[in-house]
Design a protein around this ligand. Structure first.
Ligand SMILES: CC(C)(COP(=O)(O)OP(=O)(O)OC[C@H]1O[C@@H](n2cnc3c(N)ncnc32)[C@H](O)[C@@H]1OP(=O)(O)O)[C@@H](O)C(=O)NCCC(=O)NCCS
Length: 240
């Protein structure tokens, strides 16, 4: 926009260092207490090790996630492209207060989950993915991020939505999540319906989800399992 000035000025041009613009575009980040690594025994007896994804690991993960865009079944493509955007959004400071976790089995990438803090009450569930099928890795990843939100970050409400039938079956139905009236309330993922969990409902019921429906439990990661997962191995291509 352009408008004539109402006063004489000593400098007609004022320049800015882009570092002065960045705080306006990205805002301050919350200091979130870290997710402490956990593990869960899987159906085949192996352990899923869940830990925070480090920001400097994002470039290593992106080429793998990019390949999900070509997986045209079970909604891996649309979830993949959204996850790609969220990883870049975090890496380039264009996503407010996200948290990311990965699950590995003997170091090999097996699962992914992320969410973000919208405000001091509501956390937005973004995505969960399984890169190994049939072991309920995805179910555990989602539970782990919701547990972190409610029990460590003090979330009062968890807002989710579902692209896929598997996701809806796992958590929308599996956790018997109610929804807000739609389209009055919309999720940031495409304006879809918001399914939600309150802290009260988490404490009353959903805490038992893993035991009831996934037949496992999350426990603090043992030194042995942490050691077995020390090195992150990212497959060349997804086999899902
Ligand atoms: C949704 C998702 C995370 C669930 O992961 P999960 O809990 O590990 O479960 P899976 O998808 O592997 O399997 C779902 C069911 O189908 C069966 N199944 C599906 N594909 C299978 C395969 N290729 N091999 C073996 N079993 C398979 C599983 O045995 C399982 O049955 P169960 O309910 O009796 O355990 C996963 O399907 C996924 O990543 N989908 C693409 C991304 C997505 O949709 N994310 C969620 C958005 S809402």
């Amino acid at each position: 926009m352009w408008k004539e000035i109402p006063e004489k000025v000593s400098q007609e041009q004022i320049t800015f260092d882009v570092r002065e613009l960045e705080p306006i575009l990205s805002g301050p980040s919350l200091k979130l207490p870290p997710y402490e690594p956990e593990m869960a025994k899987l159906k085949d007896g192996s352990y899923l090790y869940i830990r925070p994804l480090e920001k400097d690991e994002v470039p290593k993960l992106l080429p793998f996630v990019k390949k999900l865009l070509d997986v045209d079944h079970d909604f891996y493509d649309i979830v993949g492209v959204r996850v790609y955007g969220e990883l870049l959004g975090w890496y380039r400071n264009r996503l407010k207060d996200p948290y990311f976790m990965i699950g590995t089995i003997n170091g090999k990438l097996a699962g992914f989950a992320n969410a973000r803090v919208m405000n001091n009450g509501i956390h937005i569930s973004l995505h969960s993915m399984a890169f190994v099928r049939g072991l309920r890795v995805g179910a555990i990843m989602y539970y782990a991020k919701a547990k972190y939100a409610f029990e460590k970050l003090g979330a009062k409400e968890w807002w989710a939505t579902y692209e896929s039938y598997n996701g809806f079956k796992r958590w929308g139905l599996g956790m018997a999540q109610p929804s807000y009236p739609w389209p009055d309330v919309q999720h940031e993922l495409g304006g879809a319906k918001v399914y939600y969990v309150t802290k009260e409902y988490w404490d009353l019921s959903i805490k038992d989800y893993l035991k009831q429906l996934v037949k496992t439990e999350l426990e603090p990661a043992s030194a042995e399992v942490a050691e077995a997962n020390k090195e992150l191995i990212i497959p060349d291509s997804p086999v899902v």
